[in-house]
Write a protein that binds this ligand. Structure first.
Ligand SMILES: Nc1ncnc2c1ncn2[C@@H]1O[C@H](COP(=O)(O)OP(=O)(O)OP(=O)(O)O)[C@@H](O)[C@H]1O
Ligand SMILES: [Mg+2]
Length: 343
């Protein structure tokens, strides 16, 4: 590389940020990649501030110290809650923290593309933009499934289904920047599965003690739809004593609870597409997000699409970073006129 090139490459740090309900990730043009659970917490009072020794905590560390903190998960349900200044502040802190994690050098300009759940994209684009503007020189807010599609170079006749915590986001690609009508969001996703599983387990095992964190863990290690190969058994305390519980049916029912709405939405979106290209789109379905790791979900969706003639569903290889990687690719490629300049 020429010395001149080095200099211009270093003047700007391009970053792609995937702002998620449960976790947020950043990928930067200097090669750094980081992710954090989307929790932001401020010490409740001066005692907790003294104990914790920090003015704000993030991610797992915030969760661990939740009893001493005012804890926020600012994008719950995929939308920055309107009028809650603290949520906006939490988003701001989270983005600042993510940017610091990728080590920008002194004086380096930051151009950020931020992928957000499709619904917050429609509702809170401005709020998100202002939350980021303090730390960046140029910014563009895009919907998360579009960032994923861009990163995978699936720009034409394809549909991305991003199964996150707060929302399932859909984006159909037809060779242009997607418009609002190319995107759909449904609000039953990973968090909803956790709630369902919690309800089913409470009903079946009223004497056992577990919390949402454990329930989420059961789902993440064992989640499946369709036919299971083996029974799922986990240890849950009963009157303080670790006891084996069979949770196979409950896990299956909870994970399958999000499927009808996903199938309805994807088939509806494809049905509205140019009839000549509908088969192509059905053969170009990409699943991303943490929920794409539920066993059997790819096969299930593919099977249901095949009822319409054909279907091919693939899972994005890097569910944690596929949104951030795509946003970074966009940031690097974006022509000048597309950036919203930030003063
Ligand atoms: N192996 C797994 N099996 C099933 N679900 C999983 C697995 N790993 C993670 N998840 C679930 O995926 C969800 C998180 O996915 P992701 O990080 O894509 O969400 P997010 O981007 O934070 O949410 P959103 O896109 O809705 O804002 C959580 O509900 C989590 O429990
Ligand atoms: Mg997400």
């Amino acid at each position: 590389m020429q010395p001149g090139e080095m200099k211009s490459a270093d003047e700007v740090l391009y970053v792609g940020i995937d702002l998620g309900t449960s976790s947020s990730a950043i990928a930067a043009s200097n090669g750094e990649k980081k992710w954090v659970e989307s929790y932001v917490g401020w010490p409740k009072d001066f005692i907790s501030a003294k104990v914790l020794g920090k003015s704000v905590l993030f991610g797992r560390e915030a969760l661990k110290n939740r009893l001493s903190l005012d804890l926020y998960r600012p994008l719950e349900k995929g939308v920055l809650k309107e009028g809650t200044a603290k949520d906006a502040e939490a988003v701001k802190e989270l983005i600042h923290y993510l940017i610091k994690l990728v080590n920008p050098s002194e004086g380096q300009k930051i151009n950020a593309v931020v992928g957000v759940p499709a619904e917050s994209f429609k509702v809170n684009k401005l709020a998100i933009r202002s939350a980021v503007s303090g730390f960046t020189d140029s910014i563009m807010v895009v919907s998360e499934p579009f960032a994923v599609a861009y990163g995978l170079n699936m720009l034409n006749n394809a549909i991305v289904i991003d199964i996150g915590a707060g929302t399932v986001d859909f984006c159909i690609m037809h060779g242009t920047l997607p418009a609002d009508e190319d995107q759909k969001t449904i609000i039953n996703a990973g968090d909803y599965i956790d709630q369902q599983l919690n309800n089913f387990l409470t009903e079946k095992y009223p004497g056992s003690t577990f919390n949402m964190n454990m329930v989420k863990g059961f789902k993440e290690s064992n989640g499946f739809v369709g036919n299971s190969s083996a029974p799922i058994k986990v240890e849950i305390p009963v009157a303080g004593k670790p006891t084996e519980h069979d949770i196979t049916d409950e896990v299956k029912r909870a994970c399958e609870s999000i499927l009808p709405a996903i199938i309805e939405t994807v088939t509806e979106m494809i049905a509205k597409f140019d009839p000549e290209y509908q088969a192509k789109v059905r053969d170009n379905v990409i699943l991303s997000g943490g929920g794409s790791q539920i066993r059997g979900i790819r096969e299930y969706i593919e099977g249901r699409l095949k009822e319409y003639g054909s279907g091919k569903v693939t899972v994005a290889t890097d569910p944690v970073f596929s949104g951030a990687n795509g946003a970074l690719a966009l940031a690097k490629d974006m022509p000048k006129g597309y950036w919203d300049q930030v003063q």
